[in-house]
Design a protein around this ligand. Structure first.
Ligand SMILES: [Zn+2]
Length: 293
């Protein structure tokens, strides 16, 4: 039941066509160029014309060949649907993994489908998500295929997607308080310092992070935190050039601005995010492991 005409398979076929011409250095590069013109799923690939492909440097006849590959429909899908209709009355342990993934809701970790997935894959990372937090079937099935082929190392990334364990997912990643980087913002607010940091641009939050890191304010002093928040959120705080737009903050804390610029130059800016499910025992996580936001 492995998909033959899905997104990744099509990209792989197309890359094979291009390989002898060395138009792209690697599959990853090809995929990244495709995603820049919007080719991020099967549906958008189907819309690609050969002119589109010429636009990214593919010679005309190869472009026509690839456009045909992208347009191919999954002829197996009708048969698959009939299979699925029969399967659904059988015990869940007999279901093919594709059907499980189609029926499972990642937000219901205690549903029978999710429990069955967990049973099959345990702590192996196999699940990829779409941007709307639904399962990405194409990539997930590919990863599972790779694992079945004998890959023993957990894949952290595959086909530009982060790969998660069953039961985990991108919704666990929350913005963090810039003054308490281990505390997630809930509805934009830090429960420790009581400030709604989400009102600030990420750039400004990063400057605030360096202010805290250098202990230029006492983060346990409420008046000092409030004053800092006020200063950071005044002025043109949400322009892309937020740092420069907020002169008061920059002039008051030049060291923090220096740290920020330095980190930016080295491409080491703090992510300022927290994985709210990272600690499986709930210890150190103020909300426990199963709290939903
Ligand atoms: Zn805080």
């Amino acid at each position: 039941m492995s998909p033959t005409n899905t997104f990744i398979s099509k990209l792989e076929k197309a890359f094979d066509v291009l390989k002898p011409l060395a138009v792209f250095g690697s599959f990853a590069e090809f995929q990244s160029v495709m995603s820049k013109i919007g080719g991020t799923d099967d549906e958008s690939l189907r819309l690609a014309s050969f002119e589109d492909l010429e636009g990214i440097g593919v010679p005309k006849l190869k472009a026509k060949q690839i456009a045909n590959i992208f347009r191919a429909k999954d002829t197996a899908s009708d048969a698959d649907e009939q299979d699925a209709a029969l399967m659904i009355h059988k015990p869940i342990s007999d279901w093919p993994v594709e059907l499980l993934l189609k029926k499972a809701n990642p937000n219901k970790p205690y549903s029978s489908e999710m429990i069955e997935l967990k049973k099959r894959f345990g702590d192996k990372s196999v699940i990829a998500f779409n941007d709307d937090d639904t399962f990405n079937l194409d990539v997930t099935l590919k990863v599972i295929e790779r694992i079945q082929e004998g890959f023993t190392i957990d894949l952290a990334m595959y086909a530009n997607k982060r790969i998660y364990k069953v039961g985990e997912g991108p919704w666990r990643i929350k913005d963090a308080c810039p003054l308490h980087p281990d505390i997630p913002l809930i509805d934009g607010r830090c429960h420790k310092c009581q400030q709604t940091w989400s009102k600030l641009s990420k750039t400004l939050r990063r400057v605030v992070y360096f202010i805290g890191k250098r202990k230029l304010v006492d983060v346990s002093s409420r008046p000092q935190v409030i004053e800092l928040f006020k200063m950071a959120s005044t002025s043109d705080a949400n322009t892309p050039d937020a740092v420069l737009a907020n002169e008061t903050l920059c002039n008051t804390y030049p060291e923090a601005l220096h740290d920020y610029n330095d980190a930016k130059k080295r491409d080491e800016l703090p992510g300022l995010t927290v994985d709210i499910g990272a600690d499986e025992n709930g210890g150190g996580n103020p909300f426990g492991k199963s709290r939903k936001f």
